[in-house]
Ligand binder design. Structure first.
Ligand SMILES: *Cc1c(COP(=O)(O)O)cnc(C)c1O
Length: 385
């Protein structure tokens, strides 16, 4: 199957699938074997070598979705992030990282890199010049995340890719928040695309997984480290993730639509102080988002007026769940100060623009009227405190 001719939902449904030659079933068979023949075979298969039939099949689908030559599936998003970074960084090297990063990635860098002799700099801002300013003689990698968590800022993909090429660096992106439905960074010159597949790829809050997509050359390098680190995903979960990806296109597009309507509702609500969503013309990076995203995604964040108790508001919700993590078909929200960014100091949070009252909202596929009703009643019920 050539990806060029196929549209998103066809790739999601079919690309890479395994044929059931024995029973002619409609879906990929699941091969759970951890032991395969080693003689008279082209490939010596083993789950930790990332080459079982189901792993290979799913990798092809992910590569097609990200317009990449090759891909690998990992046991978690952080296995994908850590293996990708470490594959291109050795003792004595330096990496430039975007100032606003997923908490787990921030912890990986700040807690672990020193012991491997890897130095790092976080940018002072999100403009291309802020990335270039931190490049040193020993810099090897530029690492970005857009839209960012939790304020949904947008980093210029093409500009960062250009800077990386100019200085001979490898560019990497955490593309989790956008999903491959809304953003394909390789089209803009970014080298390596990483996903926490726990989020939109899985989409049902029941799978922990990661994925990386790039050129065959880069993926070979990542593979050589990955087989030693051992962060592969169980074949059963690989198979489940393939099933989840079949509906990713329609799920995420429905979530995009709901998020746009929710953002507009919140924006016009007098009890809401601020809304951060790249699909709103008021968002400072709206034009850039329009230029590099196919949809604006289903993550937004907002701040309630001071007259509303944010804690009481969350307790008053009946449909939307207060819950960690994101990107499921069900709508969830959380307070970054209490959860995803709790390990940062108050000063670091302030530096990233995360106020205590900020609420991060992951919009699901429920009927938007029901979601808006729930938010409205929760606001009404937490007024005047
Ligand atoms: C969740 C997440 C990760 C980490 O993924 P895990 O699957 O939890 O290991 C990395 N980046 C972003 C943006 C995430 O949301």
């Amino acid at each position: 199957m050539s990806t060029k001719k196929l549209g998103l939902n066809t790739i999601c449904t079919h690309f890479g699938e395994l044929e059931d030659t024995v029973f002619k079933g409609a879906i990929s068979p699941l091969y759970m074997s951890t032991s395969y023949a080693f003689e008279d075979v082209e490939v010596k298969r083993y789950p930790r070598y990332f080459n079982t039939p189901n792993q290979v099949a799913l990798s092809k689908k992910v590569a097609a979705l990200e317009h990449a030559e090759a891909a690998m599936i990992f046991g978690s998003g952080m296995a994908a992030v850590s293996t990708s970074l470490m594959a291109f960084l050795s003792s004595g090297d330096h990496v430039v990282l975007q100032k606003t990063l997923y908490g787990g990635t921030y912890n990986l860098v700040t807690e672990e890199f020193q012991k491997f002799g890897i130095s790092y700099s976080f940018t002072d801002g999100l403009q291309p010049k802020h990335f270039e300013a931190k490049i040193k003689e020993n810099t090897k990698v530029i690492y970005i995340e857009t839209p960012s968590n939790p304020l949904l800022t947008i980093t210029d993909l093409a500009a960062v890719a250009k800077i990386a090429k100019k200085h001979g660096l490898v560019s990497m992106i955490d593309n989790t928040f956008a999903s491959p439905v809304n953003q394909n960074p390789i089209d803009f010159g970014i080298d390596i695309v990483i996903h926490s597949a726990t989020k939109y790829m899985g989409g049902h809050s029941d799978i922990l997984a990661g994925a990386v997509a790039s050129t065959t050359e880069h993926m070979d390098r990542i593979f050589h480290l990955a087989k030693n680190f051992g962060g592969s995903l169980s074949d059963y979960t690989v198979w489940l993730l393939e099933r989840s990806l079949k509906t990713m296109g329609i799920r995420v597009k429905a979530q995009n639509e709901n998020a746009q309507k929710m953002a507009e509702f919140l924006y016009t609500n007098k009890n809401v102080k601020a809304v951060y969503y790249p699909g709103l013309p008021s968002h400072p990076d709206h034009e850039l988002a329009k230029a590099q995203m196919k949809g604006f995604g289903a993550m937004l964040s907002f701040e309630l007026n001071d007259s509303i108790d944010a804690y009481k508001f969350q307790k008053a919700l009946q449909l939307v769940k207060s819950s960690m993590s994101l990107a499921g078909v069900e709508s969830t929200l959380l307070s970054p100060t209490k959860t995803s960014h709790a390990l940062l100091s108050a000063e670091e949070r302030e530096n990233q623009g995360i106020s205590d009252g900020l609420i991060r909202f992951s919009i699901g596929i429920e009927e938007i009227e029901d979601l808006i009703d729930d938010i409205s009643q929760a606001i009404e019920n937490s007024l005047g405190v």
